[in-house]
Design a protein around this ligand. Structure first.
Ligand SMILES: Cc1cc2nc3c(=O)[nH]c(=O)nc-3n(C[C@H](O)[C@H](O)[C@H](O)COP(=O)(O)OP(=O)(O)OC[C@H]3O[C@@H](n4cnc5c(N)ncnc54)[C@H](O)[C@@H]3O)c2cc1C
Length: 381
């Protein structure tokens, strides 16, 4: 039960951050614990969560992310409690030229151990799948046809609705400023926020690009997160792309992607990684221009104008794996950060991890059967 006196909100668990990580943790933990979710902005999902390419692809981000995405599949397939399916089918075709063919073939082979339908594609099948690819530039692809486009805001709302139904307190414009934990006595966290004081047994750090900032403000050593800016934009095209896959180019100096969107347009990106401070990221014109140039090089497309541009921060731990678990140097501090470019697709499994850790249970079977352990996710691994 959330208890609010005139001064202090008292809960079991304070979740810091109202992006997808925060709401998925709140949905998973609120059935058994009193939760307050604190978001510094005036709206939830304002930062990276609302700025993604919204792709559900399993073979992405390396073996740990791949397993978490696969473990999330059942949730997306069943969309429990959602008004409509959360994922619309959209195959993903990673492409390149001969210089990256060994890499792509090896990647497909490794991916098949977890997602058996991943396969390599060559020759005319490439243009059969996406007629605008330039066969002189693109000679190989890795095709995953069980992937899809995620309704990110519906997913976020679904987690939020679940948390609210379990009486979680959702506080916007409530920035964690500092937190201290009494070494003796109740051992509870005393949290200062811009919306007033909060007391909790546990803090869960779901602060995305600010993960290390929040930890430091709680007296916890950072884990070495690096936020990486990525710019994206939409552009109208002459063709109807509704039958095309998501195209992700891996050739050196031609890295970019484009995703078919309704209304004869593409969502495009240079797929760049530019280190950034945690901030309200803005699109870089140069990255838009470079992406246009590369997309026009790997395809016969002509992008004559840009509709909307934006940028978001994909935040990585030093080993580029997610950081989900208890900090072993401080009692009552859990990390749910470092989701890189997979925080949407892995969020159902991430919530399950947070819930299991909170209740001191083993990880659920859909996660362990893929060979994932808490040690692989642990903050000080
Ligand atoms: C261009 C782009 C494309 C992407 N494409 C995909 C994709 O196709 N599929 C996929 O799965 N992922 C994708 N991602 C990655 C995905 O968007 C992220 O992994 C995910 O959104 C991270 O969620 P989060 O909740 O950790 O972070 P955020 O959404 O950034 O949430 C963190 C929240 O913490 C809050 N906060 C920070 N400090 C404090 C504080 N002191 N007090 C209170 N609140 C605080 C922030 O305001 C913020 O709202 C993409 C990202 C980008 C930028």
């Amino acid at each position: 039960m959330v208890v609010s006196t005139s001064n202090t909100t008292a809960v079991d668990v304070a979740i810091i951050g109202g992006g997808i990580a925060g709401v998925s943790a709140a949905a998973a933990i609120s059935p058994t614990h009193a939760v307050a979710l604190l978001e510094q902005e005036g709206e939830l999902a304002y930062h990276t969560t609302s700025r993604s390419a919204a792709i559900y692809v399993e073979n992405e981000g390396g073996p740990v992310f791949h397993r978490l995405s696969t473990a999330s599949r059942q949730f997306f397939d069943e969309s429990p409690g959602a008004d409509a399916p959360l994922v619309t089918p959209l195959p993903v075709l990673k492409v390149g030229n001969d210089s990256v063919s060994d890499f792509l073939v090896a990647e497909a082979e490794a991916a098949r151990k977890i997602t058996p339908n991943v396969r390599t594609v060559m020759g005319s099948e490439l243009t059969d799948l996406c007629p605008v690819l330039d066969p002189d530039v693109i000679t190989i692809g890795v095709y995953e046809d069980s992937s899809g486009s995620v309704d990110v805001m519906a997913l976020h709302q679904l987690f939020l609705r679940t948390a609210r139904a379990n009486n979680a307190l959702i506080q916007r414009s409530a920035k964690l400023l500092s937190a201290t934990r009494a070494a003796t006595g109740t051992g509870r966290w005393k949290i200062e926020t811009t919306a007033g004081p909060v007391e909790a047994d546990v803090i869960i750090n779901c602060a995305g690009a600010w993960g290390d900032v929040v930890a430091t403000a709680c007296g916890v050593a950072p884990v070495g997160l690096t936020p990486m800016r990525r710019t994206a934009f939409t552009a109208p095209i002459a063709q109807d792309p509704s039958d095309w896959p998501f195209i992700y180019s891996f050739t050196e100096d031609l890295q970019c992607y484009f995703k078919p969107e309704a209304g004869n347009q593409l969502l495009c990106s240079l797929s760049e990684e530019n280190p950034s401070d945690p901030t309200d990221a803005r699109a870089e014109e140069l990255d838009v221009a470079l992406a246009i140039d590369r997309i026009q090089t790997i395809s016969t497309l002509e992008l004559r104008s840009v509709k909307t541009t934006w940028a978001g921060l994909r935040t990585f731990a030093p080993d580029r794996n997610p950081v989900f678990g208890w900090d072993d140097s401080v009692d009552g501090f859990m990390w749910m950060v470092g989701q890189g470019g997979c925080g949407i697709v892995t969020s159902p499994a991430a919530g399950q991890v947070a819930g299991a850790l909170m209740r001191e249970e083993s990880l659920p079977e859909n996660i362990t059967e893929l060979g994932l352990t808490t040690d692989q996710l642990a903050p000080r691994r």
